[in-house]
Design a protein around this ligand. Sequence first.
Ligand SMILES: C[C@](O)(CO)[C@H](O)COP(=O)(O)OP(=O)(O)OC[C@H]1O[C@@H](n2ccc(N)nc2=O)[C@H](O)[C@@H]1O
Ligand SMILES: Nc1ncnc2c1ncn2[C@@H]1O[C@H](COP(=O)(O)OP(=O)(O)OP(=O)(O)O)[C@@H](O)[C@H]1O
Length: 320
Amino acid sequence: MGLEVVAANNLRRIDRGLRVLAPAKLNLCLDLLGQRADGFHELETVMTTVRLFDTVELRTPDSGEANGNADGAIRFTAADAAGRPLPAEWAPSDDSNLAVRALRVLFEQTGESRPAELKLFKRIPSQAGMGGASSDAAAVLVAANRLWRLGLSTDDLLQAAAQLGSDVPFFVAAIMNETGHAAALCRGRGERIEPIAAPAGKAIVIAKPAVGLSTASVYRSVEQRRCDDPRSQSVARRLAEGDWRGVGGEMRNALQAAAMRLAPELRAVAAAMGRLGLVAHQLTGSGAAWFGLCPSLRHARHAAARLRADHALWACATTT
Ligand SMILES: C[C@](O)(CO)[C@H](O)COP(=O)(O)OP(=O)(O)OC[C@H]1O[C@@H](n2ccc(N)nc2=O)[C@H](O)[C@@H]1O
Ligand SMILES: Nc1ncnc2c1ncn2[C@@H]1O[C@H](COP(=O)(O)OP(=O)(O)OP(=O)(O)O)[C@@H](O)[C@H]1O
């Protein structure tokens, strides 16, 4: 069977299965509204997907291979974009990978398990605040539901997603979108999503130092757990209007100071971004990636090339 569009350009039928593009996200604004009794933080954050993707392939094993692949058995492999074995610091290549855990959560929720072949190709850097693991998990939930016609509603999928992580529901909503692109104002732990009808195609440069940051450690190190002047709602309005300079004028990230204390390397990244003529720049999520809004894609490409050549950073130019 050849490639055939199933429902959207980010979800395609492949032999015995589905291939899904799992996008990265950036937090254009992140406000903390206090710490909750369960230890999590109440958030208001504006998230957008960007056109940098991991690829998830989910298949029903060939009947010839079914031997030893019992009902519910998951054969999982993880690789880089070129199909080479994944370095351990990128993501686990065993059952602890969030993509595998997503399949198990779905099997538990539906009471139905299937033999499955799951392949993950990573491009999104890890411990970057770009939601790579969360997006992979969301891609698995959407793919499994479609492939095996499990009949879960969007609400069921969002509920399964919230069990896997605070960012996972945002990605389920994004991947279920026609275009695979989404922006949203997210509240609660991050799982309450209010979509923003934002124009796509805005240019961005992203850079990450070699160091990664653990999300839990960054939240633990925050000094001010409630923002005096939350800006996410205003950034969401600017984004809906396509006002990139307006977004740049108001955006901020309440986790940035804590991330910079834990990874002092970020000072050099911020300084390098500051010399590139960007509209605005800041940390995404809990880091360690840093991004800048650019006046054009050409500008973003030039900026990424300089960040790679002059500062030896992982860097890419992309769009929302
Ligand atoms: C930094 C962000 O990516 C911004 O979008 C998210 O807030 C983090 O989302 P995530 O990686 O899906 O996070 P989870 O896996 O749910 O939580 C990881 C850890 O981050 C902390 N955490 C996360 C979300 C939240 N609203 N408050 C928190 O304090 C908790 O210590 C938690 O144990
Ligand atoms: N599919 C996966 N991809 C990447 N990391 C994974 C995956 N599954 C589990 N992990 C583990 O989760 C950790 C953090 O994941 P990830 O890179 O998505 O976090 P992050 O960039 O901080 O994203 P977030 O914005 O959600 O906080 C990694 O260090 C890795 O050990």
